[in-house]
Design a binder for this molecule. Structure first.
Ligand SMILES: [Fe+2]
Length: 173
């Protein structure tokens, strides 16, 4: 009896066993994603809704290594200080205007930025900010995160700095 080598099944060494996890996209790559999307409103404008309860949001895209969200903001709506669970991120103000508060480092204090329509922000995995609509009218933003958000923590700004007050997992949104 002989063994037919031509029909011998491949060994485990030649069979892919697991898909390699892609490295996260850079903040600049995420910035390009939201910029390109902002320039193509036919892909998202008809989906925008407004909610008086809280910010309205919808995920537009979910890939292995990033995701894209569409968010609307009525006057007075805000995120509070939060992180992004270690994800990198970028966002652009597609309509309206917002304000962003961020800690620029222990020695630099609080930075306040007015984000007019067309403004873009991109940030690394440690970034903390509070985004708010302090304007008179609604705003719409496009956000990209990599890897896709797995959770985020909320913080309160107190005399000694930011204090973590709660965390939420992706299953909560
Ligand atoms: Fe954020």
């Amino acid at each position: 009896m002989s063994i037919d080598l031509a029909t011998t099944p491949p060994t485990a060494a030649t069979t892919p066993t697991a898909t390699a996890t892609r490295p996260p996209l850079s903040p600049n790559a995420l910035r390009r994603i939201v910029r390109d999307l902002a320039e193509r409103p036919e892909r998202w404008l008809h989906r925008v809704r407004l909610s008086g309860e809280e910010r309205w949001y919808e995920r537009l895209e979910l890939a292995e290594d990033y995701e894209v969200w569409l968010i609307s903001w009525l006057p007075g709506q805000s995120t509070g200080f939060h992180d992004h669970g270690g994800s990198r991120g970028a966002f652009t103000v597609a309509l309206g205007e917002l304000e962003e508060l961020a800690l620029a480092g222990p020695e630099h204090g609080l930075t306040v930025r007015r984000l007019a329509s067309g403004s873009e922000r991109a940030f690394g995995p440690q970034y903390l900010h509070d985004v708010r609509n302090t304007a008179q009218g609604p705003a719409v933003t496009l956000h990209a995160y990599s890897p896709p958000l797995s959770g985020m923590a909320h913080y309160e700004l107190r005399a000694g700095g930011l204090v973590r007050t709660s965390t939420e997992g992706a299953e909560q949104w």
